[in-house]
Ligand binder design. Structure first.
Ligand SMILES: [Zn+2]
Length: 98
């Protein structure tokens, strides 16, 4: 598995699926990788749950420009977790989404 340091994306291929960069390095267990975009309430709950499981996660605010433009109350986060926890957290998201 490779890792793009610019996008924090783990990918199988030689090229980052987001920015197209080709000089990727091998991912390590502790690299923070992008998982998904989650809504704010879900993200806050998830962070609490993951902290209870001693799993590090990072929530980056996302979509504040849209919020300002349309005066929407909903904000979302980009969720990042360490590569070693990626499958586990993806599974949690899958279960939550039914
Ligand atoms: Zn990239």
């Amino acid at each position: 598995m490779n890792f793009c340091e610019g996008c924090n994306i783990a990918c199988d291929g030689e090229r980052c699926p987001k920015c197209g960069r080709k000089k990727l390095r091998a991912v390590t267990e502790d690299d923070f990788c992008l998982v998904a975009r989650v809504d704010r309430i879900f993200g806050d709950n998830l962070k609490t749950n993951l902290e209870n499981e001693q799993i590090d996660c990072v929530l980056m605010p996302y979509g504040t420009g849209v919020k300002a433009q349309f005066a929407l109350p909903l904000e979302s986060y980009l969720l990042y977790v360490r590569y070693k926890n990626l499958d586990h957290v993806r599974q949690i998201l899958k279960e939550k989404n039914g």
